[in-house]
Design a protein around this ligand. Structure first.
Ligand SMILES: NC(=O)c1ncn([C@@H]2O[C@H](COP(=O)(O)O)[C@@H](O)[C@H]2O)c1NC=O
Length: 513
């Protein structure tokens, strides 16, 4: 039986209705300052918390419910005679229900220019303590922290005259999940503010579900999509879907790969992705040119692919896009005419993403391994002309340097071993994910076909032997960009010198596994 409830909520959504119904069922309601006022104003009879504690709410609300009269009432086990006798001696009544939601810490730290003091004032102490006490004693106490649960609880009380054991247990689990999330947000915020080490001894990650997914990478794998609660600008989970079916697990993974590469470019750019690897990339004077270059870069693989663009899609580009089957298009905006054209394809997923060029300053990558987790900084280091190390007799032309810097941006996002052949702001051949470098090189050369002549080649890591440089020179590649650093660098440099082609070193590799 629920005879006494304590209600103390920051988010007052639905609370009047809920409390009214509890009251009508004969439940005595104890409440704190603001909540008590809201309930009384709505005509609900409440017992002020101070009547139960015999102590004033004080220190600007830092102490309201933190009192043994409350906590003994919450923690006493009703089937323990000694507990009940103790309560009787101390003149404390049991509390059968706790309805508490917490100070809005997340909302507070999301505010622009928030001061540490304000954030700290929004760390709830009494609320989590009551939630945790009630959840620990769930056999005797029903604890509700999510306003979405009010109706379900009322329905049970109506049907069974109480909240069932099973539901109380579930509500308790939900509470500890909630307080752990709440505390993780606080811990991470303070960790950052206190300038603590980047990778703490105890990692307290917390995420919020963005959506359930129909299945994972394969239909027999269950899956869900979680978002970082504090990151929204330019993030995929913030995209507005304008057309097509729900995104799948693979869609999200591929779209993420496309967006990560897209963020490398300021000029109009188009990325086509298949199976999380870029299959073609184009940059141009406008988005139409960028798209056409990406399409021509690999007209075979783009079929069924994900295409991301960093400028508004116009009608001309949309017209071209509808000529092939695409899974997803992501862009910052679409002209009305373009959207009309694209929407003719009922299944085409069209995503609109504001701030598509926004790149997070501090980002981490996580990878699950058996029984653990690997974490590292995202590979967000840029490379520019000033960083080039010229190593061959032949020096590259300005045009070749431009092409090489473009290819270098792309190769960074191709699974290792990665080789990219490009020319004139367009990829011609991408060789991804082979178990040795020469196969990736051969694949990219084959893909580029006749166009390889005069194009440039980028490699994500150094050449262990002269074979790749030789294959590139034989195919007609005019310049190569690669990190350098092999003990046999000289062999590759000599191969380039013999063939009379240019090679530059970046001094930094971009493995991606
Ligand atoms: N200090 C306390 O004893 C205390 N007890 C409950 N609270 C919180 O105070 C809020 C409700 O306050 P009010 O009813 O005054 O609007 C709730 O979010 C609740 O979690 C407290 N506040 C912070 O710790």
């Amino acid at each position: 039986m629920i005879k006494r409830a304590i209600i103390s909520v920051s988010d007052k959504t639905g609370i009047i209705d809920f409390a009214k119904k509890l009251y009508e069922m004969g439940v005595e309601i104890i409440s704190t300052g603001g909540t008590a006022k809201a309930l009384s104003d709505a005509g609900i009879k409440v017992i002020p918390i101070t009547d139960v504690t015999g102590f004033p709410e004080c220190l600007d609300g830092r102490v309201k419910t933190l009192h043994p009269n409350i906590f003994a009432g919450l923690l006493a086990m009703k089937d323990r005679q000694d507990h009940m006798e103790t309560l009787k001696e101390l003149k404390i009544d049991t509390i059968d229900m706790v309805v508490v939601n917490l100070y809005p810490f997340k909302k507070t730290i999301e505010k622009e220019g928030i001061l540490l003091e304000e954030a700290i004032e929004n760390i709830d102490i009494g609320g989590p303590s009551m939630l945790r006490a009630a959840a620990k004693n769930y056999k005797d106490v029903a604890v509700i922290t999510d306003p979405m649960d009010y109706d379900m609880v009322l329905a049970e009380m109506k049907e069974y005259g109480t909240v069932t054991d099973k539901t109380r247990f579930k509500l308790a689990a939900k509470v500890f999940n909630h307080t752990a999330h709440y505390d993780a947000l606080i811990a991470n915020y303070l960790w950052d503010k206190a300038g603590m080490e980047k990778y703490p001894q105890l990692l307290t990650l917390t995420f919020e579900k963005a959506q359930d997914l129909r299945y994972g990478e394969n239909p027999h794998q269950d899956a869900a999509y979680y978002k970082d609660p504090l990151k929204s600008m330019g993030m995929l989970h913030n995209a507005e879907q304008l057309n097509g079916k729900e995104l799948s697990y693979n869609n999200i993974n591929d779209a993420n790969a496309a967006l990560e590469l897209l963020k490398e470019f300021n000029e109009p750019a188009c990325i086509a992705v298949k199976h999380a690897n870029p299959c073609a990339v184009g940059i141009g004077e406008d988005i139409f040119e960028a798209y056409m270059k990406a399409y021509e870069g690999d007209p075979v693989s783009i079929f069924g692919g994900i295409v991301a663009l960093n400028e508004e899609v116009d009608a001309k580009t949309a017209e071209e896009m509808t000529k092939i089957f695409l899974e997803i298009i992501i862009a910052p905006s679409y002209s009305d005419e373009a959207l009309g054209i694209l929407k003719q394809k009922k299944n085409l997923r069209i995503l609109k993403l504001d701030n598509i060029k926004f790149r997070q300053e501090k980002a981490y990558e996580l990878k699950r391994v058996s029984g653990g987790l690997l974490i590292q900084d995202s590979d967000h280091v840029d490379f520019s002309v000033e960083d080039i190390k010229y190593v061959t007799e032949k020096k590259p032309t300005q045009e070749q340097i431009k092409d090489m810097l473009f290819a270098w941006k792309v190769v960074k996002h191709v699974k290792s071993n990665a080789i990219v052949i490009a020319k004139n702001g367009k990829t011609l051949g991408i060789g991804p994910g082979q178990t040795n470098r020469i196969w990736s090189a051969q694949m990219s050369i084959d893909r580029a076909g006749e166009q390889v002549k005069g194009a440039v080649m980028a490699s994500d890591a150094f050449f262990p032997f002269a074979d790749v440089a030789e294959a590139a020179a034989n195919a007609g590649i005019s310049a190569i960009i690669q990190p350098g650093g092999s003990i046999r660098d000289d062999d590759s440099i000599e191969a380039c010198n013999r063939a009379g082609i240019a090679m530059i070193f970046t001094g930094m590799r971009h493995f991606k596994h």
